[in-house]
Design a protein around this ligand. Structure first.
Ligand code: GLU
Length: 464
Protein backbone atom coordinates (compact mmCIF):
# COMPACT_ATOMS: atom_id res chain seq x y z
CA UNK A 1 0.00 0.00 0.00
CA UNK A 2 1.52 3.34 -0.87
CA UNK A 3 1.21 6.35 1.34
CA UNK A 4 -1.05 8.13 -1.12
CA UNK A 5 -3.60 5.31 -0.99
CA UNK A 6 -3.28 4.96 2.72
CA UNK A 7 -5.17 7.73 4.43
CA UNK A 8 -4.97 6.32 7.93
CA UNK A 9 -2.71 8.22 10.30
CA UNK A 10 0.87 6.99 10.38
CA UNK A 11 1.49 4.50 13.17
CA UNK A 12 4.88 2.91 13.69
CA UNK A 13 6.17 0.54 16.31
CA UNK A 14 9.48 -0.32 17.88
CA UNK A 15 9.34 -3.94 19.03
CA UNK A 16 12.33 -4.91 21.16
CA UNK A 17 12.43 -8.15 23.10
CA UNK A 18 13.22 -7.25 26.72
CA UNK A 19 15.97 -9.82 27.00
CA UNK A 20 18.80 -7.33 27.42
CA UNK A 21 19.65 -3.63 27.25
CA UNK A 22 19.25 -1.78 23.96
CA UNK A 23 22.39 -0.71 22.12
CA UNK A 24 23.12 1.99 19.58
CA UNK A 25 21.92 -0.29 16.74
CA UNK A 26 18.53 -0.76 18.41
CA UNK A 27 18.47 3.00 18.98
CA UNK A 28 18.89 3.44 15.21
CA UNK A 29 15.72 1.40 14.60
CA UNK A 30 13.82 3.24 17.33
CA UNK A 31 14.95 6.62 15.97
CA UNK A 32 14.12 5.80 12.36
CA UNK A 33 10.61 4.97 13.56
CA UNK A 34 10.36 7.97 15.86
CA UNK A 35 11.58 10.47 13.26
CA UNK A 36 9.34 8.92 10.62
CA UNK A 37 6.33 9.28 12.94
CA UNK A 38 7.28 12.89 13.76
CA UNK A 39 7.67 13.74 10.10
CA UNK A 40 4.16 12.49 9.35
CA UNK A 41 2.44 13.65 12.54
CA UNK A 42 1.96 9.99 13.43
CA UNK A 43 2.20 7.94 16.58
CA UNK A 44 4.86 5.64 17.98
CA UNK A 45 4.10 2.39 19.76
CA UNK A 46 6.67 0.77 22.02
CA UNK A 47 5.75 -2.88 21.89
CA UNK A 48 7.60 -5.32 24.07
CA UNK A 49 8.14 -8.53 22.18
CA UNK A 50 8.08 -10.59 25.38
CA UNK A 51 6.35 -13.79 24.27
CA UNK A 52 9.50 -15.63 25.34
CA UNK A 53 8.40 -15.40 28.95
CA UNK A 54 11.44 -17.25 30.30
CA UNK A 55 14.03 -14.87 28.82
CA UNK A 56 12.08 -11.62 29.04
CA UNK A 57 12.58 -9.53 32.17
CA UNK A 58 10.61 -6.60 33.54
CA UNK A 59 13.85 -4.85 34.52
CA UNK A 60 15.04 -4.91 30.89
CA UNK A 61 11.69 -3.53 29.71
CA UNK A 62 11.92 -0.71 32.27
CA UNK A 63 15.48 0.04 31.22
CA UNK A 64 14.52 0.09 27.53
CA UNK A 65 11.71 2.55 28.18
CA UNK A 66 13.97 4.74 30.33
CA UNK A 67 16.71 4.66 27.67
CA UNK A 68 14.26 5.70 24.95
CA UNK A 69 12.92 8.58 27.03
CA UNK A 70 16.44 9.70 27.84
CA UNK A 71 17.23 9.75 24.11
CA UNK A 72 14.13 11.92 23.56
CA UNK A 73 11.69 9.27 22.33
CA UNK A 74 8.37 9.41 24.18
CA UNK A 75 6.15 6.51 23.12
CA UNK A 76 2.49 7.34 22.54
CA UNK A 77 1.48 3.79 23.52
CA UNK A 78 3.23 0.97 25.32
CA UNK A 79 2.07 -2.61 24.72
CA UNK A 80 3.13 -5.99 26.03
CA UNK A 81 2.80 -9.06 23.85
CA UNK A 82 2.76 -11.33 26.91
CA UNK A 83 -0.67 -9.85 27.74
CA UNK A 84 -2.12 -10.66 24.37
CA UNK A 85 -1.89 -14.44 24.06
CA UNK A 86 -5.68 -14.73 23.56
CA UNK A 87 -5.41 -12.75 20.33
CA UNK A 88 -2.55 -14.93 19.07
CA UNK A 89 -4.37 -18.13 20.02
CA UNK A 90 -7.45 -16.95 18.10
CA UNK A 91 -5.36 -16.17 15.01
CA UNK A 92 -3.59 -19.53 15.26
CA UNK A 93 -6.93 -21.33 15.48
CA UNK A 94 -8.19 -19.50 12.44
CA UNK A 95 -5.12 -20.52 10.44
CA UNK A 96 -5.26 -24.11 11.69
CA UNK A 97 -8.90 -24.50 10.74
CA UNK A 98 -8.18 -23.37 7.19
CA UNK A 99 -5.20 -25.72 6.98
CA UNK A 100 -2.73 -22.85 6.58
CA UNK A 101 -1.05 -23.72 9.86
CA UNK A 102 -0.12 -27.41 9.93
CA UNK A 103 1.49 -29.68 12.49
CA UNK A 104 4.98 -31.08 11.91
CA UNK A 105 6.78 -33.68 14.01
CA UNK A 106 10.34 -33.67 12.68
CA UNK A 107 13.15 -33.37 15.17
CA UNK A 108 16.03 -31.00 14.56
CA UNK A 109 18.25 -33.92 13.49
CA UNK A 110 15.67 -35.18 11.01
CA UNK A 111 15.39 -31.76 9.44
CA UNK A 112 19.14 -31.42 9.22
CA UNK A 113 19.47 -34.84 7.55
CA UNK A 114 16.87 -33.90 4.96
CA UNK A 115 18.50 -30.56 4.37
CA UNK A 116 21.79 -32.30 3.54
CA UNK A 117 20.04 -34.74 1.24
CA UNK A 118 18.41 -31.92 -0.67
CA UNK A 119 21.72 -30.11 -1.00
CA UNK A 120 23.34 -33.30 -2.32
CA UNK A 121 20.59 -33.50 -4.92
CA UNK A 122 21.15 -29.85 -5.80
CA UNK A 123 17.73 -28.90 -4.51
CA UNK A 124 17.25 -25.72 -2.47
CA UNK A 125 17.66 -26.66 1.22
CA UNK A 126 14.13 -25.72 2.20
CA UNK A 127 11.48 -27.68 4.05
CA UNK A 128 9.79 -30.17 1.67
CA UNK A 129 6.42 -30.09 3.44
CA UNK A 130 6.69 -33.77 4.29
CA UNK A 131 4.36 -33.24 7.26
CA UNK A 132 1.51 -32.45 4.86
CA UNK A 133 1.64 -36.11 3.78
CA UNK A 134 1.01 -37.41 7.30
CA UNK A 135 -2.27 -39.21 7.85
CA UNK A 136 -4.37 -38.93 10.99
CA UNK A 137 -2.97 -42.30 12.03
CA UNK A 138 0.62 -41.10 11.56
CA UNK A 139 -0.08 -38.12 13.77
CA UNK A 140 -1.79 -40.24 16.39
CA UNK A 141 1.24 -42.52 16.38
CA UNK A 142 3.63 -39.60 16.94
CA UNK A 143 1.44 -38.26 19.72
CA UNK A 144 1.35 -41.68 21.39
CA UNK A 145 5.17 -41.64 21.36
CA UNK A 146 4.95 -38.42 23.32
CA UNK A 147 5.98 -36.22 20.37
CA UNK A 148 4.45 -32.77 20.19
CA UNK A 149 4.07 -30.87 16.93
CA UNK A 150 5.55 -27.56 15.92
CA UNK A 151 3.36 -25.63 13.50
CA UNK A 152 4.30 -24.24 10.11
CA UNK A 153 2.56 -21.62 8.02
CA UNK A 154 1.87 -22.89 4.49
CA UNK A 155 3.21 -20.22 2.15
CA UNK A 156 1.06 -19.47 -0.91
CA UNK A 157 3.81 -20.47 -3.35
CA UNK A 158 1.97 -23.08 -5.42
CA UNK A 159 -1.09 -23.32 -7.66
CA UNK A 160 -2.93 -26.55 -6.70
CA UNK A 161 -0.37 -28.96 -5.34
CA UNK A 162 1.69 -27.74 -2.36
CA UNK A 163 4.48 -30.12 -3.45
CA UNK A 164 4.72 -28.36 -6.79
CA UNK A 165 5.91 -24.94 -5.72
CA UNK A 166 6.37 -22.24 -8.30
CA UNK A 167 8.06 -18.88 -8.34
CA UNK A 168 5.79 -16.52 -6.39
CA UNK A 169 7.10 -12.99 -6.20
CA UNK A 170 6.08 -10.70 -3.41
CA UNK A 171 6.78 -7.06 -4.12
CA UNK A 172 6.81 -4.03 -1.92
CA UNK A 173 8.08 -0.51 -2.21
CA UNK A 174 10.37 -0.28 0.78
CA UNK A 175 10.37 3.19 2.37
CA UNK A 176 14.14 2.84 2.85
CA UNK A 177 15.38 0.54 0.07
CA UNK A 178 12.92 1.20 -2.72
CA UNK A 179 11.30 -1.62 -4.76
CA UNK A 180 11.93 -5.09 -3.29
CA UNK A 181 11.11 -8.58 -4.46
CA UNK A 182 11.28 -11.88 -2.64
CA UNK A 183 10.28 -15.27 -4.03
CA UNK A 184 8.11 -17.29 -1.65
CA UNK A 185 9.20 -20.50 -3.39
CA UNK A 186 12.75 -19.91 -2.20
CA UNK A 187 11.88 -20.22 1.47
CA UNK A 188 10.67 -22.82 3.94
CA UNK A 189 7.23 -22.61 5.45
CA UNK A 190 8.03 -20.66 8.62
CA UNK A 191 7.47 -22.25 12.01
CA UNK A 192 5.01 -20.05 13.92
CA UNK A 193 4.53 -22.21 17.03
CA UNK A 194 7.20 -24.27 18.75
CA UNK A 195 6.83 -27.78 20.09
CA UNK A 196 6.24 -26.46 23.61
CA UNK A 197 3.34 -24.34 22.33
CA UNK A 198 5.25 -21.04 22.53
CA UNK A 199 5.05 -18.53 19.69
CA UNK A 200 7.94 -17.40 17.59
CA UNK A 201 7.81 -13.67 17.02
CA UNK A 202 6.20 -13.77 13.55
CA UNK A 203 2.55 -14.48 14.29
CA UNK A 204 2.20 -12.24 17.39
CA UNK A 205 3.95 -9.47 15.48
CA UNK A 206 1.59 -9.66 12.50
CA UNK A 207 -1.52 -10.01 14.71
CA UNK A 208 -0.47 -6.91 16.67
CA UNK A 209 0.44 -4.93 13.58
CA UNK A 210 -3.08 -5.59 12.30
CA UNK A 211 -4.87 -4.82 15.57
CA UNK A 212 -2.77 -1.75 16.34
CA UNK A 213 -3.29 -0.46 12.80
CA UNK A 214 0.44 -0.14 12.20
CA UNK A 215 0.95 1.61 8.86
CA UNK A 216 4.74 1.32 8.55
CA UNK A 217 7.05 -1.41 9.82
CA UNK A 218 10.53 0.06 9.96
CA UNK A 219 13.29 -2.24 11.14
CA UNK A 220 16.74 -3.61 10.37
CA UNK A 221 17.49 -5.16 6.98
CA UNK A 222 18.10 -8.54 8.64
CA UNK A 223 14.30 -8.86 8.36
CA UNK A 224 14.01 -8.35 4.60
CA UNK A 225 13.39 -12.03 3.77
CA UNK A 226 10.95 -12.42 6.69
CA UNK A 227 8.91 -9.67 5.11
CA UNK A 228 7.82 -11.87 2.18
CA UNK A 229 6.37 -14.48 4.54
CA UNK A 230 4.88 -11.80 6.78
CA UNK A 231 3.07 -10.13 3.90
CA UNK A 232 1.59 -13.56 3.06
CA UNK A 233 0.58 -13.95 6.70
CA UNK A 234 -1.16 -10.55 6.75
CA UNK A 235 -3.13 -11.69 3.74
CA UNK A 236 -3.92 -15.09 5.25
CA UNK A 237 -5.38 -13.25 8.25
CA UNK A 238 -7.56 -11.18 5.95
CA UNK A 239 -5.59 -7.94 6.31
CA UNK A 240 -3.74 -5.74 3.92
CA UNK A 241 -0.03 -5.60 4.68
CA UNK A 242 1.35 -2.24 5.85
CA UNK A 243 4.31 -0.49 4.25
CA UNK A 244 7.79 -1.71 5.15
CA UNK A 245 11.17 -0.05 5.54
CA UNK A 246 14.46 -1.86 6.19
CA UNK A 247 17.48 0.16 7.22
CA UNK A 248 21.08 -1.03 7.15
CA UNK A 249 22.53 -2.38 10.38
CA UNK A 250 25.37 -1.06 12.50
CA UNK A 251 28.32 -3.24 13.33
CA UNK A 252 31.18 -2.87 15.81
CA UNK A 253 34.47 -1.56 14.39
CA UNK A 254 35.56 -5.23 14.13
CA UNK A 255 32.68 -5.73 11.67
CA UNK A 256 30.88 -7.93 14.18
CA UNK A 257 27.16 -7.41 14.69
CA UNK A 258 25.99 -5.63 17.83
CA UNK A 259 24.22 -7.80 20.35
CA UNK A 260 21.95 -7.12 23.31
CA UNK A 261 24.02 -9.65 25.19
CA UNK A 262 27.16 -7.54 25.16
CA UNK A 263 26.60 -4.53 27.32
CA UNK A 264 29.50 -2.58 25.84
CA UNK A 265 27.58 -0.27 23.52
CA UNK A 266 24.33 -0.25 25.45
CA UNK A 267 22.59 3.10 25.71
CA UNK A 268 22.83 2.83 29.50
CA UNK A 269 26.59 2.40 29.43
CA UNK A 270 27.00 5.30 26.99
CA UNK A 271 24.86 7.46 29.29
CA UNK A 272 26.99 6.58 32.33
CA UNK A 273 30.11 7.29 30.31
CA UNK A 274 28.75 10.84 30.00
CA UNK A 275 27.59 10.99 26.38
CA UNK A 276 24.89 13.51 25.49
CA UNK A 277 21.71 11.95 24.07
CA UNK A 278 21.95 14.06 20.93
CA UNK A 279 25.50 12.82 20.24
CA UNK A 280 24.14 9.27 20.28
CA UNK A 281 21.05 10.21 18.25
CA UNK A 282 23.11 12.07 15.66
CA UNK A 283 25.48 9.18 15.09
CA UNK A 284 22.84 6.42 15.37
CA UNK A 285 20.77 8.06 12.64
CA UNK A 286 23.33 9.65 10.31
CA UNK A 287 26.03 6.99 10.16
CA UNK A 288 25.74 4.82 7.06
CA UNK A 289 23.61 7.32 5.16
CA UNK A 290 24.19 9.73 2.28
CA UNK A 291 24.06 12.59 4.82
CA UNK A 292 27.35 13.45 6.50
CA UNK A 293 27.60 12.72 10.19
CA UNK A 294 27.27 15.96 12.14
CA UNK A 295 26.37 16.94 15.68
CA UNK A 296 22.67 17.78 15.68
CA UNK A 297 21.77 19.82 18.72
CA UNK A 298 18.12 18.74 18.93
CA UNK A 299 15.68 16.16 17.69
CA UNK A 300 14.08 18.92 15.58
CA UNK A 301 17.41 19.59 13.88
CA UNK A 302 17.82 15.87 13.21
CA UNK A 303 14.29 15.74 11.82
CA UNK A 304 15.25 18.45 9.32
CA UNK A 305 17.81 16.19 7.66
CA UNK A 306 16.13 12.81 8.22
CA UNK A 307 14.85 10.97 5.16
CA UNK A 308 14.42 7.20 5.57
CA UNK A 309 15.69 6.59 2.05
CA UNK A 310 19.02 8.23 2.86
CA UNK A 311 20.28 5.01 4.50
CA UNK A 312 22.84 3.14 2.43
CA UNK A 313 22.48 -0.52 1.51
CA UNK A 314 25.51 -1.91 3.32
CA UNK A 315 26.20 -2.17 7.04
CA UNK A 316 27.85 0.79 8.75
CA UNK A 317 30.62 0.59 11.33
CA UNK A 318 29.99 2.25 14.63
CA UNK A 319 33.13 3.91 15.95
CA UNK A 320 33.01 5.12 19.58
CA UNK A 321 35.75 7.68 18.79
CA UNK A 322 33.36 9.36 16.38
CA UNK A 323 30.80 9.56 19.16
CA UNK A 324 33.27 11.36 21.42
CA UNK A 325 33.97 13.87 18.65
CA UNK A 326 30.26 14.65 18.31
CA UNK A 327 29.86 14.87 22.05
CA UNK A 328 32.66 17.41 22.27
CA UNK A 329 31.03 19.61 19.63
CA UNK A 330 27.68 19.49 21.43
CA UNK A 331 29.18 20.14 24.86
CA UNK A 332 31.02 23.19 23.52
CA UNK A 333 27.65 24.66 22.50
CA UNK A 334 25.62 23.83 25.60
CA UNK A 335 24.12 26.87 27.30
CA UNK A 336 24.36 27.14 31.07
CA UNK A 337 20.62 26.44 31.49
CA UNK A 338 21.11 23.09 29.75
CA UNK A 339 23.76 21.98 32.20
CA UNK A 340 22.73 23.73 35.43
CA UNK A 341 21.27 20.52 36.89
CA UNK A 342 24.15 18.18 36.08
CA UNK A 343 26.60 20.83 37.32
CA UNK A 344 24.71 21.15 40.56
CA UNK A 345 24.91 17.38 40.95
CA UNK A 346 28.66 17.71 40.55
CA UNK A 347 28.65 20.30 43.35
CA UNK A 348 29.06 23.27 41.00
CA UNK A 349 26.60 26.03 41.80
CA UNK A 350 26.47 29.56 43.10
CA UNK A 351 26.91 32.98 41.53
CA UNK A 352 30.04 32.07 39.57
CA UNK A 353 28.72 28.77 38.14
CA UNK A 354 27.54 30.26 34.85
CA UNK A 355 30.72 32.25 34.19
CA UNK A 356 32.69 29.14 35.12
CA UNK A 357 30.73 26.99 32.63
CA UNK A 358 31.21 29.50 29.84
CA UNK A 359 34.93 29.66 30.62
CA UNK A 360 35.57 25.91 30.54
CA UNK A 361 33.02 24.32 28.18
CA UNK A 362 35.33 24.59 25.15
CA UNK A 363 37.99 22.57 26.97
CA UNK A 364 36.03 19.43 27.74
CA UNK A 365 34.63 16.43 25.85
CA UNK A 366 32.04 15.51 28.49
CA UNK A 367 30.06 17.72 30.86
CA UNK A 368 31.34 15.76 33.85
CA UNK A 369 34.93 16.75 32.94
CA UNK A 370 34.18 20.21 34.37
CA UNK A 371 34.95 18.87 37.83
CA UNK A 372 38.63 18.90 37.07
CA UNK A 373 38.54 22.64 36.22
CA UNK A 374 36.26 23.47 39.13
CA UNK A 375 38.88 21.93 41.41
CA UNK A 376 41.61 23.93 39.72
CA UNK A 377 39.64 27.16 40.26
CA UNK A 378 38.57 26.36 43.81
CA UNK A 379 41.55 24.49 45.19
CA UNK A 380 44.44 25.18 42.86
CA UNK A 381 46.60 22.99 40.64
CA UNK A 382 46.59 19.27 41.35
CA UNK A 383 50.33 19.17 41.90
CA UNK A 384 52.94 21.82 42.45
CA UNK A 385 53.77 23.77 39.31
CA UNK A 386 56.89 22.56 37.56
CA UNK A 387 58.71 25.72 36.64
CA UNK A 388 62.28 26.31 35.60
CA UNK A 389 64.20 28.51 38.07
CA UNK A 390 64.17 31.65 35.93
CA UNK A 391 60.43 31.15 35.25
CA UNK A 392 59.79 30.80 38.96
CA UNK A 393 61.48 34.15 39.54
CA UNK A 394 59.57 35.68 36.68
CA UNK A 395 56.26 34.45 38.12
CA UNK A 396 57.13 35.92 41.53
CA UNK A 397 57.88 39.24 39.89
CA UNK A 398 54.61 39.08 37.96
CA UNK A 399 52.59 38.23 41.08
CA UNK A 400 53.98 41.31 42.77
CA UNK A 401 52.30 43.33 40.02
CA UNK A 402 48.83 41.79 40.48
CA UNK A 403 46.23 44.55 40.37
CA UNK A 404 44.00 45.25 43.37
CA UNK A 405 40.39 44.03 43.55
CA UNK A 406 37.87 44.10 41.94
CA UNK A 407 38.84 41.73 39.13
CA UNK A 408 36.94 41.25 35.90
CA UNK A 409 37.32 40.04 32.31
CA UNK A 410 39.90 42.81 31.62
CA UNK A 411 42.18 42.00 34.53
CA UNK A 412 44.32 39.46 32.66
CA UNK A 413 45.01 41.88 29.81
CA UNK A 414 45.93 44.80 32.02
CA UNK A 415 48.03 42.68 34.37
CA UNK A 416 50.02 40.99 31.57
CA UNK A 417 50.56 44.35 29.84
CA UNK A 418 52.14 45.62 33.02
CA UNK A 419 54.22 42.43 33.45
CA UNK A 420 55.42 42.76 29.87
CA UNK A 421 56.47 46.33 30.40
CA UNK A 422 58.29 45.49 33.65
CA UNK A 423 60.05 42.27 32.55
CA UNK A 424 60.37 42.58 28.79
CA UNK A 425 58.86 39.09 28.36
CA UNK A 426 56.18 38.52 25.78
CA UNK A 427 54.15 35.81 24.02
CA UNK A 428 54.51 32.26 25.24
CA UNK A 429 57.49 33.11 27.44
CA UNK A 430 55.21 35.43 29.33
CA UNK A 431 51.94 33.60 29.63
CA UNK A 432 53.01 29.94 29.83
CA UNK A 433 54.74 30.22 33.22
CA UNK A 434 51.72 32.16 34.50
CA UNK A 435 49.33 29.52 33.16
CA UNK A 436 51.37 26.77 34.79
CA UNK A 437 51.50 28.59 38.12
CA UNK A 438 47.75 29.30 38.07
CA UNK A 439 46.40 25.99 36.76
CA UNK A 440 49.18 23.40 36.87
CA UNK A 441 48.68 22.69 33.14
CA UNK A 442 50.19 23.88 29.88
CA UNK A 443 46.76 24.15 28.25
CA UNK A 444 43.23 24.89 29.31
CA UNK A 445 40.54 27.55 29.34
CA UNK A 446 41.29 31.21 28.52
CA UNK A 447 43.15 32.75 31.44
CA UNK A 448 41.23 35.99 30.94
CA UNK A 449 38.11 34.01 31.91
CA UNK A 450 39.69 31.93 34.65
CA UNK A 451 41.51 34.71 36.49
CA UNK A 452 38.43 36.53 37.83
CA UNK A 453 36.94 33.14 38.81
CA UNK A 454 40.04 32.21 40.78
CA UNK A 455 40.06 35.68 42.35
CA UNK A 456 42.87 37.65 43.91
CA UNK A 457 43.23 35.81 47.20
CA UNK A 458 43.39 32.35 45.65
CA UNK A 459 45.76 33.61 42.96
CA UNK A 460 48.18 34.88 45.60
CA UNK A 461 48.12 31.44 47.22
CA UNK A 462 49.52 30.04 43.98
CA UNK A 463 52.69 32.06 44.07
CA UNK A 464 55.60 29.64 43.64
N1 GLU B 1 11.66 -8.19 18.16
C1 GLU B 1 11.99 -8.17 16.77
C2 GLU B 1 13.43 -7.74 16.65
O1 GLU B 1 13.93 -7.04 17.53
C3 GLU B 1 11.09 -7.19 16.08
C4 GLU B 1 11.22 -7.20 14.61
C5 GLU B 1 10.20 -6.28 13.98
O2 GLU B 1 10.32 -5.07 14.18
O3 GLU B 1 9.29 -6.76 13.31
O4 GLU B 1 14.12 -8.12 15.73
Amino acid sequence: MSEAENNSPVTVRFAPSPTGYIHIGNARTALFNWLFAQKHGGSFVLRFDDTDVARSKAEFAEAIEADLRWLGIDPDTIAWQSKRFDAYDAAAEKLKSSGLLYPCYESGEELERRRKLRLARRLPPIYGREALRLTDDDRAEFESQGRRPHWRFRLPNYAQDPFETRRTEIHWDDVVRGPQTVDLASMSDPVLIREDGSYLYTLPSVVDDIEMAVTHIIRGDDHVTNTGAQIALFQALGAEAPDFGHHNLLTATSGEGLSKRSNALSIGSLRSAGYEPMAINSLAVLIGTSESVAAMSSMDALLEVFRPEFASKSAAKFDPAELTGLNRILVHQLAFEQVADPLEELGISGPSAEAFWLAVRKNIDFVKDVSRWWKVVEEGPESEAELAREDREFVREAFALLPPDPWDGETWASWTAEVKAATGRKGKGLFMPLRIALTGSRSGPELADLLPLIGRARTLDRQP
